[in-house]
Design a protein around this ligand. Structure first.
Ligand SMILES: Cc1ncc(COP(=O)(O)O)c(C=O)c1O
Length: 413
């Protein structure tokens, strides 16, 4: 299927905005993606037509809200090809999903002598939850180093697994800084051969490519709604049923219990055991609509479009004198997220100059400070693309970078 880009752009009202005298060029979807009207309409319908709590009342509004939330769970189950709907747990975001695994599976299964294996390209949300637990459980956290092109060396990975008592490997699928796409199917297979569990942080991959949890054989997989055209405040933890069933609850409260007495409580069935309190009903319904939107275009079509546009962005960025691009230098094995430094301009200054020209990019450590240390930079500038971006926007970004260089008198030296 080919893409009708003007049709897609018309689904995102924010894109018709001017930024001062300039058209808006939104190149920061790795941070948060834009939201199509199909998603906001689905959420509006909940608030305007059947705003009620789920699972708690017999009147028709509550029954409809419950059915719509179940339907959204089913859409997400289908989208990632989970075997069962109860393997899809709604969380607040990707961060909460990882904390859930650390504080339930981790607290139950990790102790002194065990290893949690991460990599140097992890987002803080796949580092800090393990460090928090480490204070109580005293296991070791090992970080896989990266090659100079920002990849994980699989031979080294295999040897760490063989040498150390790794209980769980938790790895990012697509890096939010380098754009590297890790071969997680192969890596999950290697982890399993070693008797270790495998968790994929798929916050940056699920929006851009077909991710099939059964094909990957991931034990846990983490998604966040706001990077895949959905609303903020909703994420998903996928987990294999046998693992989830044996894990204690994460938070206590309403909905997650079967019975409560003054003495003790027992837990509800999956997925509710992990969904304490009133959930983000509108958010779940919005995420269901986002998934429907992506599936209608088809993930393969989205992936191919981004590869082509990404190729264009990559060649343009590489042609800028003084620009150092981090991560893989070719489009195979990477997504359309590009971090770079520009000699002589701090990333924040660059982002500000681009912002004055309507071009939105991110500058900073991207919640990946260990990776910044590895790259020996305090921060990078980052451009990222999604389904609604165009070559013209990339051209405007490149033109603005060249203007920034003129402001800083860089080519004159
Ligand atoms: C790779 C990766 N993992 C996890 C997260 C955390 O997502 P959230 O902020 O939605 O919890 C992000 C967000 O930037 C990310 O890029």
């Amino acid at each position: 299927m080919s893409i009708d880009i003007s049709q897609i752009r018309s689904d995102f009202p924010i894109l018709s905005q001017q930024a001062g005298d300039y058209p808006l060029s939104y190149l920061d979807s790795t941070n948060t993606s834009l939201t199509p009207t199909q998603v906001t309409t689905a959420m509006d319908e909940y608030y305007n037509e059947y705003n009620a709590n789920v699972h708690r009342a017999v009147y028709h509004l509550s029954e409809k809200a419950t059915a719509k939330m179940d339907e959204a769970r089913g859409k997400i189950q289908h989208f990632i090809n989970a075997e069962l709907p109860e393997e899809v747990i709604f969380t607040r975001n990707g961060t909460e999903a990882i904390n859930l695994v650390a504080q339930t599976w981790g607290r139950e299964n990790l102790s002194k002598g065990d290893v949690v294996l991460l990599s140097m390209m992890e987002h803080h949300s796949n580092i800090v939850p393990w460090q928090l637990l480490q204070k109580d459980k005293e296991f070791e956290i090992v970080f896989l180093d990266l090659t100079d092109e920002g990849r994980i060396d699989l031979e080294h990975y295999q040897s760490v697994l063989q040498k150390k008592n790794v209980k769980i490997v938790s790895l990012v699928h697509q890096s939010n800084v380098l754009g590297t796409v890790n071969p997680i199917k192969e890596m999950a297979g290697i982890a399993h051969q070693n008797g270790s569990l495998f968790m994929a942080d798929a916050c940056q991959s699920v929006p851009h490519m077909k991710v099939d949890v059964q094909d990957l054989d991931a034990d846990f997989l983490v998604i966040t709604g706001h990077k895949m055209l959905g609303p903020t405040g909703i994420g998903v933890l996928y987990g294999k049923k046998n693992l989830l069933e044996n894990m204690p609850p994460f938070m206590g409260g309403g909905d997650m219990i079967r019975s409560v007495t003054c003495k003790e409580s027992t837990w509800n069935i999956l997925p509710y055991k992990f969904e304490a309190g009133t959930p983000n009903i509108a958010g779940a319904i919005g995420l269901g609509a986002a998934v429907e939107y992506l599936e209608k275009i088809e993930m393969e079509t989205i992936h191919n479009y981004e590869k082509k546009l990404g190729e264009y962005a990559l060649s343009k960025l590489k042609s800028v004198k003084g620009l150092k691009l981090f991560g893989p230098q070719e489009m195979n094995e990477r997504g359309a997220t590009y971090s770079f430094s520009l000699q002589g301009i701090h990333p924040h200054d660059l982002a500000s100059i681009l912002s004055e020209r309507g071009v939105c990019i991110r500058a900073g450590h991207h919640c990946a400070q260990p990776l910044m240390d590895r790259l020996k930079v305090p921060a990078t500038a980052r451009v990222s693309l999604y389904i609604y971006n165009t070559q013209e926007e990339i051209d405007r970004m490149i033109k603005s970078i060249e203007e920034a260089k003129k402001i800083f008198k860089l080519d004159e030296e």
